[in-house]
Design a protein. Structure first.
Length: 367
């Protein structure tokens, strides 16, 4: 009986051995996969970091080459600016000589003492000067798209504004009234009682100043410009030049004009009618206008000031001002935000459409 029991105990089930083999093999496979994955996770970042380092080195090299190229471009633009200034100066001298010769020619033709030989010689000189004048003008126009100044935003971004920046005589009208200090009426009242330095650094006013700065960098190098600021009265930012068109190619003078813009202190009300009337009296008149403002006028053309102006009265003042503008000149409008003047956007948009200009309400980080 005992021998039979021992025989039963020694009997082994083959299925149990196969199951254990499968389990051990499975555990081994799991451990092997874990090791492979763990090894890959430790090796991959090293490889990636090497690749990233190589890319960074390559980008840094490209940046160095780009900076070198930028220096060369700036030097080229500087040389071009001086060449254009010189060409335009010579062109003006030649034009003066042509005018003088034409007067002499008219006098000779009316004189009985003049010979045909004298008249023919004078006409030949005039033709020669006219050819030289055309050559100089063509030389200057080759650089029509060059910018005298630069304006760089965050990350050297370029901005798509839709504004037409061409023209031969470009006038920038900048509203410098107290409302340009802030978009909130409460903050305008509070800021206008602060020191001049704090007024100049008001965020809204700085945006207006930067807008003028940006426009100045986009002007064609062969064109002329003028910058006026207006509140109760108007004035050129370069004192005494209100009736003079300035050369964009004169970079030093343009830089000085922008520095003067930065020193303006916004104050008083808005007399738009007087500024528009002065535009109509310019000779020659501008062929492109930029108007930077934030709302409808508050003072009439006679300078009468009221403590409180109703929305209806501001609309009438705007209509009177627009009536002073000469026809056929595009008016490009950059409208800053202002609380309590909801009709301004609509009427300024209509003015831009009517004059075939552009209308822009910039974001807080423009330009």
């Amino acid at each position: 009986m005992s021998s039979k029991t021992k025989a039963k105990r020694r009997k082994v089930n083959p299925l149990s051995l196969s199951f254990l083999d499968v389990m051990f093999c499975g555990f081994g496979a799991v451990i092997l996969i874990f090791l492979i994955l763990d090894h890959a996770s430790t090796v991959s970042p090293v490889n990636q970091s090497r690749e990233l380092t190589a890319e960074i080195d390559l980008l840094q090299e490209e940046i160095r080459e780009g900076e070198l190229g930028l220096v060369q471009i700036r030097n080229t633009v500087s040389d071009v600016s001086f060449e254009v200034v010189e060409a335009q100066g010579l062109a003006r001298q030649i034009q003066e000589q042509i005018d003088t010769f034409l007067q002499e020619l008219a006098a000779l033709e009316n004189s009985s003492l003049a010979t045909e030989e004298d008249i023919a010689k004078l006409r030949a000189d005039i033709r020669s000067l006219e050819e030289e004048l055309l050559r100089l003008q063509a030389s200057a126009l080759e650089y029509e798209g060059s910018n005298v100044r630069q304006f760089l935003g965050d990350g050297n971004r370029q901005y798509l504004s839709g504004l037409f920046l061409g023209g031969q005589r470009i006038l920038i009208l900048m509203d410098s009234s107290a409302s340009m200090l802030d978009s909130s009426l409460v903050n305008i009242i509070r800021t206008r009682n602060m020191a001049d330095e704090q007024k100049r650094n008001a965020p809204k006013w700085q945006r207006a100043v930067n807008s003028v700065d940006w426009i100045s960098t986009q002007l064609p190098i062969t064109s002329q410009y003028q910058i006026w600021n207006f509140s109760t009265t108007y004035a050129s930012v370069l004192a005494g030049t209100e009736d003079i068109w300035l050369e964009v190619a004169d970079r030093e003078q343009l830089d000085g004009a922008i520095e003067n813009v930065k020193n303006i202190v916004p104050e008083n009300g808005t007399n738009m009618e007087q500024a528009f009337r002065a535009v109509a009296n310019m000779s020659p008149m501008p062929d492109n206008i930029f108007l930077i403002t934030d709302g409808l006028p508050t003072i009439n053309g006679r300078g009468s000031v009221k403590a409180l102006v109703t929305p209806r009265e501001t609309m009438e003042l705007f209509e009177d001002a627009v009536g002073e503008l000469p026809n056929g000149i595009p008016v490009n409008i950059i409208l800053m935000p202002l609380e309590g003047d909801p009709s301004a956007a609509a009427v300024f948009w209509q003015l831009a459409q009517y004059t075939q200009g552009s209308f822009l309400t910039p974001s807080k980080d423009w330009p």
